[in-house]
Design a protein around this ligand. Structure first.
Ligand code: ASP
Ligand code: MG
Length: 407
């Protein structure tokens, strides 16, 4: 008998009908002689709606209260799903994150899982119950509820799979798997049968929204095979695992993009130790995560420092950069919120020349200007004008012939 952890996202449990659809799917998995632990997200846009409510009663809602409030979304969906399963004659029980033994640190709204005590889970599994765990939440030392950050139910699912030594984790969502590019932009985008953890990590970090990067990282760390699959159809999905990706070998696996990008340049910075540390320390303290960072080679000991952040962090980031720029003696600072990112990703990029040239040529043919370039071993990212991102995705998908199955 296999033990599988299935996670259902908010759109898969957005209504009573959809919850019953999920319940039937779980019963099917159980009938195939699997033990099943299920993690659910909040129904539809519940989390956003709860956040909105909080912001209506307070300009700066208490972090502790906010986490309890947001955690209720997943409690609603998990209890309804357990009831639905029972109405189909299955034995099921719902557990909150705390009841499932998920212990976190104290950082409200972005808590990290410290450890999981799976005693209760194991007991319920042994009794023959399908266990439904409320995603995205845990409990800290004070026994206060914490949440894991937006999209955190994926992390709950993979962490539980690791703790229970499950055979696999299934991320059940509203798309059929991971595609070579966003199918809403590229009509010829192809579903991948498999992808490596590294590739998937780059894909999810650089814009493919199907899975949360933190969960992919955990999967890699504990070698949990992750199947990304549809909650609504019976297609085969995309298997993310650690083996050599046959499909991606020596090729580009996919094109990721992100429209939620802003760029800040601090101009005329004195080139001396500690300057970058000053700015980025302040941004980190404010919880603003910085992505691509480029510093020019200095001319006459003056340099420019450019970096990108999420668009919605631009306001708070500028509040920090303005005084910091003064403090370090920079000449000026500028920001641009009309930028986006497009990336080519694939293990094949590693140690193989020509990928960058091909990417830049494809973009230049479309008349797309590249503002910044950043790379990892298996990724090349270009920062370009936001309005050009979709054209860029299409052009790159064509240039790397991703519509055809790779050999
Ligand atoms: N409900 C939470 C959110 O919307 C967690 C999740 O969906 O994974 O961010
Ligand atoms: Mg959600």
């Amino acid at each position: 008998m296999s033990l599988i952890v299935q996670k259902y996202g908010g759109s898969s449990v957005a209504s009573a009908e959809k919850i019953m659809n999920v319940a039937r799917r779980i019963v099917q998995a159980r009938e195939q002689d699997n033990q099943v632990v299920v993690v659910v997200s909040a129904m539809g846009d519940t989390t956003d709606e709860l956040l909105e409510l909080a912001n209506k009663v307070s300009d700066s809602p208490s972090a502790r209260e906010l986490d309890v409030l947001l955690s209720t979304g997943e409690v609603v969906s998990s209890t309804l799903l357990a009831m639905g399963l029972k109405s189909l004659g299955a034995s099921a029980i719902s557990l909150t994150g705390a009841q499932a033994g998920i212990r976190t640190d104290n950082s409200y709204s972005r808590a990290r899982i410290m450890n999981i005590d799976p005693k209760r889970l194991r007991k319920e599994i042994k009794k023959g119950n399908i266990v439904i765990v409320a995603g995205f939440q845990g409990i800290n030392e004070e026994m206060d509820t914490t949440t894991l950050g937006r999209g955190g139910s994926d992390t709950t699912a993979v962490a539980l799979a690791a703790s229970l030594k499950a055979d696999r984790c299934e991320i059940c969502t509203d798309v059929e798997g991971v595609f070579t590019a966003d199918p809403r932009i590229v009509s010829q985008a192809r579903k991948l049968d498999e992808a490596g953890y590294e590739e998937m990590l780059e894909m999810s970090t650089y814009g493919a929204k199907v899975m949360h990067p933190r969960a992919v990282e955990l999967g890699q760390l504990f070698s949990i095979p992750i199947l990304v699959t549809s909650s609504f159809s019976n297609t085969s999905g995309t298997l993310i695992h650690g083996g050599i990706t046959v499909e991606g070998r020596n090729k580009v696996t996919g094109i990721a993009h992100d429209l939620n990008v802003a760029k800040i340049t601090v101009v005329g910075v004195p080139d001396k130790p500690g300057i970058a540390a000053t700015i980025f320390e302040k941004l980190a303290t404010a919880g603003i995560s910085v992505d691509t960072i480029v510093q020019n080679a200095s001319i006459e000991n003056i340099t420019d420092l450019t970096f990108t952040i999420a668009k919605n962090d631009l306001g708070p980031a500028m509040q920090i950069v303005k005084p910091a720029a003064l403090e370090i003696g920079a000449r000026d600072y500028v920001s641009d919120s009309d930028v986006g990112k497009v990336s080519i990703i694939g293990t094949g990029i590693q140690n193989t020349p020509g990928f960058a040239a091909k990417m830049f040529t494809a973009l230049s043919r479309e008349g797309i200007n590249i503002m910044l370039i950043s790379t990892s071993e298996i990724r090349i990212t270009c920062i370009i004008k936001e309005e050009k991102v979709k054209d860029a995705v299409r052009a790159l998908h064509r240039a790397f012939e991703l519509e055809q199955a790779q050999k």
